[in-house]
Write a protein that binds this ligand. Structure first.
Ligand SMILES: NC(=O)c1ccc[n+]([C@@H]2O[C@H](COP(=O)([O-])OP(=O)(O)OC[C@H]3O[C@@H](n4cnc5c(N)ncnc54)[C@H](OP(=O)(O)O)[C@@H]3O)[C@@H](O)[C@H]2O)c1
Length: 284
């Protein structure tokens, strides 16, 4: 469940659709449109996006490929950041910035309401620190006005998630988590205890250089070869089996990878496979 919405466990993350570094137009615009249309054709009813992917590019591609949207399609966005001219990620967490970001999403996606919007927090020093309470209050106001159906929180620690549960009644948490990065297990468990969807970002280790890739892990590759599936499918199948409240949004710019990822529901990992993967992940 994503709040009141029932969605399939495998959705789609739109961050890989813009150009390199999540900036500018796609390398292959026709393939980006094809990925989105094929995703919905294959049963995706949950797409994760952001105005700051591109910026504007991911939302415009979604609108071009899929508008008018099927009634069952949950489009989830996020607010709390902007891009500077060099592609840097800049916090934008004042209530007026959160409000205009939601309105920008509604306008570019050409929709009246977003299924959910994640309040994207930032770790480390920020030039415009705003109390979480004030950010959540604005998200609640946006929900009361009907601009968003559900509130989520992203890149949040356990205390921040608990505060969001108490103050705003959130429907999802979007934090980094994968077979190779299980540091957020306490938040995952907190979400499970409250019936909140946990939507891991970087489920395959992201496209960013320097971050360990699930598909490069030796145990993942060994299990994939034994089962006759791909390493990406093993990494995603591990997530699906790990907790029932995990919803996947793997990101890809390629139809072939999308089709692989969508077939993950057919991949079954045995308890021995899972033990081997978890031991392999600990070894790195
Ligand atoms: N809340 C946040 O702050 C936040 C942060 C980051 C991401 N997100 C969301 O989470 C989604 C998922 O994260 P992500 O896209 O950054 O990383 P990811 O899903 O972990 O990995 C994406 C990378 O994996 C590759 N890939 C995808 N499917 C593959 C396959 N079957 N075989 C081999 N490689 C494959 C992609 O390359 P190709 O394009 O070549 O397939 C891309 O390089 C994003 O799309 C975005 O919607 C949210």
């Amino acid at each position: 469940m994503l709040g009141a919405l029932r969605v399939h466990r495998i959705g789609f993350g739109a961050m890989q659709l813009p150009g390199p570094g999540v900036m500018g137009p796609p390398r292959n615009p026709a393939e980006a449109i094809a990925v989105l249309r094929r995703a919905v054709e294959l049963g995706v009813d949950h797409i994760d996006t952001a105005q700051f992917y591109g910026p504007d590019v991911a939302n415009e591609l979604i609108r071009e490929a899929l508008h008018p949207y099927p009634a069952y399609l949950a489009i989830v966005s996020k607010v709390g950041a902007f891009r500077d001219e060099q592609g840097g990620w800049v916090p934008g967490q004042r209530p007026d910035q959160l409000r205009s970001a939601v309105e920008d999403n509604l306008r570019t996606l050409q929709t009246e309401q977003l299924a959910a919007v994640n309040l994207r927090l930032h770790s480390g020093p920020s030039t415009d620190k705003v109390a979480l309470e004030d950010q959540l209050a604005e998200m609640v106001a946006l929900r009361d006005e009907g601009k968003i159906a559900g509130i989520g929180i992203s890149t949040a620690d356990e205390a921040q998630v608990q505060q969001a549960i108490d103050q705003a009644g959130i429907v999802c948490v979007q934090n980094a988590f994968s077979l190779l990065d299980q540091q957020d297990t306490a938040v995952l468990d907190l979400c499970a205890a409250h019936g909140i969807a946990y939507v891991p970002y970087f489920p395959l280790g992201s496209a960013f250089p320097g971050m360990p890739k699930v598909t490069d892990n030796t145990a993942v590759r060994t299990v994939a070869q034994r089962l006759g599936v791909t390493p990406a499918q093993v990494g995603l199948a591990w997530l699906l089996g790990h907790r029932d409240n995990i919803l996947l949004i793997p990101g890809t710019s390629r139809v072939a990878h999308l089709e692989e990822n969508m077939a993950v529901g057919d991949v079954t990992l045995s308890p021995d496979d899972v033990a081997e993967l978890e031991a392999g992940a600990r070894e790195g």
